[in-house]
Design a protein around this ligand. Structure first.
Ligand code: NDP
Length: 336
């Protein structure tokens, strides 16, 4: 079987492509420029799994015909391409996110008679909402507050909120599209990762800084947190390899059809990261200690129950993820 993966050269996507190839699928990746595809051809050749990887150029995901050619002859689609930390005007992020999602679905209806399933990478930001009391987010939740902020502030909306708007609008649009296209020969699964960390497989030759989610991890190393900042819940994290596996399983398992899945290794406080990184063997030099023994409170984490039960994911532990992530950054982006 052949799988189309959009935005194939991204941090998460290269791992998805690799795991699909290892599972025996042929993979067609979409990239915006040839060197990004050539890098992957070479990468997978070096793993001895290169023969089944090909790429096509899709320059403008927001064009309604963007994927008309790319979807032809594939059995399934993983749609990951979406702006992350793009800056500029809100529409520069929101439009490619939303219209890109519509394009992949509508191209598949029109030109992908063989497509059986489409997996869309949404985000945990699609469920987040401020809560004063402790709360466990599940796949039943939908974020509304970012949309309200954007309605109020328009072009003045901050970048983080704009990203949240782009993800929640794109995911809603995908489910609405499925409601409106009962004739589609495929079903939909959405994957909602928390902050994704782990080793880098993508082309890092021009990278000066970690990508957006890895910057969250490195922020506490660049500037050690105060004792007060060390203990409170900050957010949730997930390993990039587990995130990729969730996409692969979402394609394979009949029970996943029509479902959303939060994927999360667990909640974290900054002290958890300090404690995890000092367990590295051999040690990683220059790791701050934080405030060892500080009390942790995890207010509003994301549930990973459903992904464990239906997708069968056994999540990596924090120490494996963060140690592998920082070692990989040190090796591949030494300037970070
Ligand atoms: P990357 O920035 O590494 O990858 C993003 C991919 O999308 C790249 O291939 C990029 O292409 C492509 N892309 C971005 N903007 C556009 C655009 N306007 N038109 C066409 N392609 C575009 O990010 P990640 O791997 O971290 O993210 C992948 C997906 O996962 C995204 O949908 C993101 O929202 C989602 N996600 C990520 C999380 C994380 O913590 N990393 C958490 C939750 C969700 P190019 O290289 O050419 O720019």
């Amino acid at each position: 079987a052949k799988v189309l993966v959009t935005g194939a050269n991204g941090f998460i996507s290269v791992w998805i492509c690799r795991q699909l190839l290892e599972a025996g699928y042929a993979v067609r990746g979409t990239v915006r420029d040839p060197p990004k595809g050539d890098y992957m051809v070479t990468l997978f050749k070096s793993f001895g799994i290169g023969k089944k990887f090909e790429y096509v150029i899709v320059k403008d995901v927001a064009s309604p015909t963007a994927y008309d050619a790319a979807v032809q002859g594939v059995d399934a689609v993983v749609h990951t391409a979406s702006p992350v930390g793009a800056g500029g005007k809100p529409q520069d992020t929101i439009n490619p996110a939303v219209q890109g999602t519509v394009s992949i679905l509508s191209s598949s209806v029109r030109f992908g008679p063989t497509v059986k399933r489409i997996v869309v990478t949404s985000s945990a930001v699609s469920v987040l909402e401020p809560h004063d009391e402790p709360y466990l987010y599940t796949e039943e939740d939908w974020s509304e507050s970012a949309l309200r902020t954007y309605e109020e502030h328009g072009d003045e909306t901050d970048g983080v909120t704009v990203y949240r708007v782009s993800k929640v609008m794109a995911e809603r649009k995908a489910w609405d599209f499925m409601d409106e296209h009962k004739e589609a020969g495929f079903d939909l699964v959405t994957i909602l990762p928390t902050y994704v960390w782990g080793p880098l497989l993508q082309d890092t030759s021009k990278m000066k800084a970690p990508n957006a989610s890895m910057q969250v991890l490195t922020s506490c190393l660049v500037e050690e947190k105060t004792p007060e900042e060390c203990g409170p819940y900050y957010s949730d994290w997930v390993d990039v390899r587990d995130t990729a596996l969730a996409h692969v399983r979402a394609l394979q398992l009949p029970a996943a059809g029509g479902e959303r899945f939060l994927v999360s290794g667990g909640p974290f406080a900054w002290q958890d990261i300090y404690d995890a990184l000092v367990t590295a063997e051999p040690p990683i030099p220059g790791i701050p200690r934080g405030s060892p023994g500080t009390k942790r409170t995890y207010g509003t984490p994301c549930s990973n129950e459903k992904s464990q039960q239906i997708l069968g994911i056994t999540y990596k532990v924090l120490s494996e993820t963060v140690v592998d992530a920082i070692r990989s950054l040190d090796e591949k982006v030494p300037t970070w």
